[in-house]
Design a protein around this ligand. Structure first.
Ligand code: 3HC
Ligand code: NAI
Length: 710
């Protein structure tokens, strides 16, 4: 086995090279830390060595502490990790200059390691950051104390509390980076190390200049807290990170490190951190499909076509263009095409105004989108995404045409949100090339992409779509073919329950407030207004014949639609909307719902916010359990990742299935059983939930057991 850390004194003699080699991202596992400490000691004692260069092997410098270790620490299986902080003191105290050479990422513990070195040099494309808050923790090895000493309080607070990385160029301007090397990083770093051997050693922890109390400090921290409370609502780690950086202004470095340690451990042992770490690994796990090996051949996708330039098609075209793909965009007629292109241009313009893109970038993206009214050039593209109106007859017509126009082997994908992929595929002579790619609105913003596996979809087609998802910056999750797939199928009962609650007497604002406070990005009523209440209304009308007689159905939303209240698009739905689409509570709607409910004989009562949350979230969980048992979702984590990325579920609660596991499936099952007795058939507990609750297991364990069986 290759050594995790290599010390070389042969190559340059006077400059020792310490290389961290722990693929894929050189995470600082306890063994790596131990070996770096050993190498530093050896190089320190070698009288021929005048300077040390610390570098990472492979694609990156160091992506941080080994996140897998955290679970071992919190479950009491490991106490390791304690050697890291002393190593940083050891490096800083070395009488020979230590130069760190950074390529790829210096994240978390990687940046903390770099800051303890005496000099930092980097490749221009390197990125540096303290992303710990995204895992529900804060920097735990002096990062909150050394960073402000190097970049000043404002930037340090921002980096530690928001977790966003900065480029090597920005780092250079801020004083975090000493030099950038365009060419070979190692030889640049060695030359630099020789240059600085004669200079006095400067320890970062002793550089207090940038910590000077300026009278502005309180304002810096107050406004950072304010921002964290709105932008990272409900999350504890950003506030802890701000407290830790603030400590650097009030006490010695060593005392500051103790404050940091205490806050770090509090965060590490919190439920939020466990959920966020689960989500981090979950996002990577969903890319792994048990029956599709990693080596599966991929279909080269170099160009794409999108059929339909409406709400979704336009956004999907932007997604591909932004990622470098040439895109053919087809519409039925010139006015529809002009309308679609106009919307795309407006969206890009607003991105430039908000500073997300420059005008040059937008010009380039737009130049990649080629409008067309025919299928003439479809023979050249490798993948098509269809996004025409939702209707089986039209979809089949389009797919028959694609079958005729596209080359063999091209991927034919539908963006349908409700229709059967197999039936769509039956309109072609190549169902094996047909698949669902269910983007979420707005397609150019939302990260989620449900990839819907048809009965005949080839493994190569699935694997390629998963890879394309990654290329265009989406989180692809493979799901089975059923009505609503995973996300929308679960969302149905969730939104239905919100209506029931309103019909039983809960106010519309109370429902939204309870779920917003739970952490959802928006309440269910406001979400309905945003998506358009008419969408669900049309679907319910189409499927009314499938409803079981005698089973309670909600009616309030249908009645609102009958009154022309479709939501934001008509200026009124559950709420009223002004010009800026700001929701204003509408007492008339509240009265109407109460009146309709009384007429229907539904007793009115006060409903607590706990009941609102339980009924809404457990409705998700119960349907999720069915989806899991049917194999529509491969694992519980797939459902969670869908909910975190497509439905505004709070990341610090890990997703509905993880949340249910943390509440305890026995507790969840008992509540659902109560609801079943009180509210009837629709609350019938999912058999899997009942079984797991009785066996004292979790959804996560169920998924693990399934993997073992497979
Ligand atoms: N620890 C353990 N495993 C890690 C890891 C880490 N810090 N970072 C990445 N990995 C693993 C991933 O799980 C993945 O494993 P898999 O192949 O088995 O699925 C593999 O490395 C490759 O990762 P990605 O698929 O994410 O690769 P990318 O190239 O897309 O992204 C990255 C690379 C930008 C470095 C990204 O992995 C990342 O953001 N990593 C986490 C960075 C982070 O949060 N660091 C802070 C850690 S906490 C810390 O340092 C505390 C300290 O203050 C004491
Ligand atoms: P839309 O009504 O905004 O756009 C549909 C477009 O398709 C129209 O511009 C129309 O002119 C065009 N079109 C119709 N027939 C065509 C043909 N033969 N060739 C080329 N263009 C044609 O509809 P929207 O909302 O964009 O929906 C498209 C698909 O995406 C539907 O299947 C829908 O279910 C799905 N979807 C919609 C979401 C949403 O939030 N709007 C979310 C996820 C999926």
């Amino acid at each position: 086995m290759e050594h995790l850390v290599q010390l070389s004194t042969d190559q340059y003699k006077d400059v020792a090279i310490i290389t961290i080699n722990n693929p894929p991202v050189n995470a600082l596992s306890p063994s790596v830390v131990h070996d770096v400490a050993k190498a530093i000691e050896q190089a320190g004692q070698d009288s021929e060595v005048r300077a040390i260069v610390l570098i990472g092997a492979g694609r990156t410098f160091v992506a941080g502490a080994d996140i897998k270790e955290f679970g071992k620490i919190t479950s009491g299986k490991s106490e390791r990790g304690a050697e890291f902080l002393p190593l940083l003191f050891k490096i800083e105290d070395l009488p020979k200059p230590v130069v760190v050479a950074i390529h790829g990422n210096a994240f978390g513990g990687g940046l903390e390691l770099a800051m303890a070195c005496h000099y930092r040099v980097a490749a221009p494309n390197a990125q540096l950051g303290q992303p710990e808050v995204k895992l529900g923790i804060i920097p735990g090895a002096g990062g909150t104390q050394r960073l402000p000493r190097l970049v000043g309080l404002v930037k340090a607070v921002e980096m530690c509390a928001e977790g966003k990385p900065i480029t090597a160029w920005e780092a250079k301007q801020l004083g975090l980076m000493d030099r950038l090397f365009e060419g070979d990083l190692l030889s640049g770093a060695v030359a630099f190390a020789r240059e600085v051997t004669a200079k006095p050693i400067v320890k970062t922890r002793e550089c207090d200049d940038k910590l000077k109390i300026s009278g502005q400090d309180a304002a810096v921290f107050d406004s950072a807290r304010e921002k964290a409370r709105t932008k990272q609502r409900g999350m504890k780690a950003p506030l802890a990170a701000i407290d830790a950086v603030e400590a650097s202004t009030r006490m010695s470095f060593e005392e500051g490190c103790q404050v940091e340690q205490k806050l770090f451990r509090e965060c590490l042992f919190s439920d939020q951190s466990k959920a966020l770490i689960y989500a981090f690994f979950g996002e990577r796990e969903v890319a792994k499909i048990p029956d599709i090996p990693k080596e599966t051949c991929l279909i080269p996708v170099k160009s794409v076509a999108v059929v339909g330039a409406g709400t979704m098609g336009g956004g999907i075209a932007m997604v591909f263009a932004n990622a470098g793909f040439p895109v053919l965009l087809k519409e039925v007629d010139q006015p529809a095409l002009d309308h679609g292109l106009g919307t795309i241009q407006r969206n890009y313009l607003s991105s430039v105004k908000r500073g997300r893109f420059t005008q040059e970038m937008v010009d380039e993206y737009l130049s990649r989108i080629k409008p067309t009214l025919t299928y003439d050039e479809f023979g050249e593209v490798d993948m098509v995404v269809e996004a025409v109106f939702e209707g089986m007859a039209l979809k089949k017509e389009v797919f028959a045409q694609l079958d005729h126009s596209c080359k063999r082997g091209a991927i034919l994908a539908s963006n349908t949100s409700t229709l059967n992929i197999d039936e769509i595929a039956s309109a072609t002579t190549r169902p094996e090339s047909v698949i669902g790619t269910h983007f979420f609105s707005p397609a150019n913003v939302m990260r989620l992409l449900e990839i819907v596996r048809g009965r005949a979809s080839r493994k190569e087609v699935i694997a390629t779509c998963m890879q394309v998802a990654k290329k265009v910056g989406k989180v692809g999750v493979l799901v089975g073919n059923c009505r609503g797939f995973v996300g929308n199928r679960m969302f149905g009962p969730y939104r239905r329950e919100a209506q029931f609650l309103a019909e039983e007497g809960a106010s519309i604002t109370a429902i939204d407030r309870a779920l917003y406070d739970f952490g959802m990005a928006m309440g269910p009523m406001a979400t309905g207004d945003l998506a358009g209440l008419d969408v669900g209304w049309r679907i319910r009308k189409e499927y009314r014949h499938l409803e079981k007689p005698g089973v309670r159905q909600p009616f309030a939303e249908d009645r609102l639609c009958e009154l022309g209240r479709y939501g934001q698009k008509t200026g009124a739905g559950w709420y009223q909307y002004d010009e800026s689409r700001c929701a204003v509570p509408d007492p008339e709607v509240q009265d109407l719902v109460h009146k309709w409910a009384r007429e229907a004989g539904i007793p009115q009562r006060n409903i607590s916010s706990d009941e609102i949350v339980e009924r809404s979230i457990y409705a998700l969980v119960n349907e999720g359990a069915r989806i899991l048992e049917e194999g529509i979702a491969q694992r519980a984590v797939d459902i969670d990742i869908i909910y975190l990325n497509g439905y505004g579920f709070p990341s610090y609660r890990g997703g509905p299935m993880w949340y249910a596991d943390t509440v305890g499936l026995k507790n969840v099952y008992e509540r659902i059983r109560d609801f079943h007795h009180q509210y009837g058939e629709l609350w019938k507990p999912a058999p899997l939930l009942k079984r797991l609750a009785e066996d004292g297991k979790t959804f996560a364990q169920f998924s693990q057991d399934q993997a073992v069986v497979a």
